[in-house]
Design a protein around this ligand. Structure first.
Ligand SMILES: [Zn+2]
Length: 510
């Protein structure tokens, strides 16, 4: 399974004519391409999406409601894949580093596969810890890029020491070859900037980009972490996947294995420059060429008739508010601190002094439960008032209280079901909300993000290839990313993961 972090469907459609013969085109021309595939949950961020893919369970079940959230009782920050009891092998582990799937409440496809046959291997690799740990499930093995050293490492949750193929890979210092290298555009300048007439291109989004600051004489932390933003970090992840393929002898016996590679670069590029930028278009083309080379190696090492490839993304991307406004659409950036201060001031007028909203928590407002108890306040009335105040803020589309999410009476309203699928009763805050289209949290006028219930964030590629199992077709049925896990389970002849909410994808046999 290939995951491209932060790849909206529109990008593979817009640049299709510029793809090579056997990268994305392997799926689009020769595989089953679901052109109308969506996430069902509202808060579309990396961890939430990566937890859905191989579990078939929405965040309301998986417990991975965001990349981070607040403990609803204490208000303390929780990182999705943090686990103080596990540390990186051979590398320093810091507070917000991800080391285990402790917070993942559901099993994955790999867990079912490994419980059916312990010989099956499940290996997940990513530039981001959450991109590897969540698809690896409870019993697979995750390896993630270490932005301090340019190496890949696992954690003590999975093993006590790396196998020798990992040590060999890291000893060669593979990231160092990109020091003082430039990411240059693949095509001549006229091939880019395909936006509609009048659209404002994002400022400062140009190629080439050189890796390694002028004052740096040797590769260091700044250089290694910068590699994630662009194609070089993705090339490294795929090289590590090649090493895993031979090191673990994946696909070489009659017990099927799962290899997940989540390529993180596109998300970083889109955050920095937006999906409407030249670097993002070029990065899509770079990924296409990288995939083409990787598939060639899979064909050699595993054999074309011996594997199924799936490709998807964890979420799409919103165009920048400035870009949307240049096209005459409404949109904007919201400073969250002042917004919460206004809401707290409004709550204080009715309920007395206090910071009633502790803060945002994965697109919910977390109310201070200790304060509510101490002041003997009606928590439901406070949540209702917080919701009402939030709905008066510019850019807020919808909000529901815990009570409303639990009783479900508003389920006919447009965003309710999506928001309910992002909300977990024990983990989320007390008022779940969604912003209006083309609105985001942030200040200034640079950068883009994702995290909304709208098509630009929910609509992502979903494609399968494997001539023995899948017939070539572009399928326009609306399907969910939750459908991937049960469909792959069928191919593997195992039960779908227990918490899966998906259906079998409407595939025709070859
Ligand atoms: Zn992102």
């Amino acid at each position: 399974m290939i995951v491209i972090d932060g790849l909206p469907q529109r990008q593979i459609e817009n640049y299709r004519d510029q793809f090579g013969a056997d990268g994305f085109a392997r799926f689009m021309e020769h595989g089953a391409w679901f052109i109308n595939a969506h996430y069902d949950h509202a808060y579309t961020v990396t961890a939430a999406g990566h937890a859905v893919m191989l579990s078939g369970a929405n965040p309301s079940r998986s417990g991975i409601i965001g990349n981070e959230w607040r403990d609803p009782d204490s208000g303390d920050g929780v990182y999705c894949v943090a686990d103080p009891s596990a540390s990186y092998i051979g590398h320093k582990t810091q507070a917000y580093d991800g080391t285990s799937p402790k917070n993942l409440l559901v099993e994955t496809l790999g867990d079912v596969l490994r419980s059916a046959d312990a010989r099956s291997k499940v290996i997940a690799i990513s530039g981001k810890d959450r991109g590897a740990i969540l698809p690896a499930g409870k019993t697979g093995t995750a390896y993630m890029y270490m932005s301090g050293s340019g190496e890949f490492a696992s954690s003590t949750y999975y093993m006590s020491a790396h196998p020798s193929w990992v040590d060999r890979f890291n000893a060669a210092k593979p990231a160092d070859r990109y020091f003082k290298s430039s990411w240059t555009a693949l095509l001549p300048d006229s091939a880019y900037r395909r936006g509609p007439a009048g659209a404002l291109p994002p400022a400062g989004a140009e190629l080439p980009i050189m890796y390694g600051a002028p004052q740096d004489e040797a590769p260091g932390v700044r250089f290694y972490s910068s590699l994630l933003q662009g194609p070089f970090g993705d090339a490294l992840a795929l090289d590590f996947a090649r090493a895993a393929l031979t090191g673990e002898a994946l696909g070489q016996d009659d017990a099927p294995d799962i290899l997940v590679v989540s390529l993180s670069g596109h998300d970083y590029v889109n955050h920095a420059f937006s999906a409407e930028s030249l670097p993002s278009q070029d990065h899509t083309l770079q990924l296409d060429r990288l995939l083409q080379a990787f598939f060639r190696d899979l064909d050699t090492h595993v054999g074309r008739d011996n594997y199924i490839a799936a490709l998807t993304s964890d979420h799409g991307f919103m165009p920048t508010p400035e870009y949307s406004r240049s096209l005459g659409l409404e949109g904007g950036r919201i400073a969250s601190g002042p917004m919460l201060a206004r809401i707290n001031a409004g709550l204080a007028q009715r309920f007395g002094p206090g910071k009633w909203v502790m803060g945002l928590s994965a697109n919910t407002m977390a109310l201070d439960r200790a304060l509510i108890t101490r002041q003997r306040i009606d928590g439901r009335a406070l949540a209702q008032q917080a919701r009402a105040l939030l709905l008066t803020e510019p850019g807020v589309a919808a909000a529901y209280t815990r009570q409303q999410l639990l009783d479900g009476q508003r389920s006919a309203e447009p965003l309710f079901e999506q928001m309910r699928k992002s909300w977990h009763p024990h983990l989320s805050g007390d008022v779940q909300f969604a912003l209006k289209p083309n609105w985001m949290f942030g200040v200034g006028n640079r950068g883009a993000t994702h995290g909304s219930p709208y098509d630009y964030d929910t609509h992502v590629p979903l494609m399968l290839w494997g001539p023995r199992w899948v017939r070539a077709a572009a399928l326009s049925d609306r399907v969910g990313i939750v459908d991937l896990a049960p469909t792959l389970a069928r191919f593997l002849q195992i039960a779908p993961p227990a918490a899966s909410e998906g259906h079998l994808l409407p595939l025709a046999a070859p």
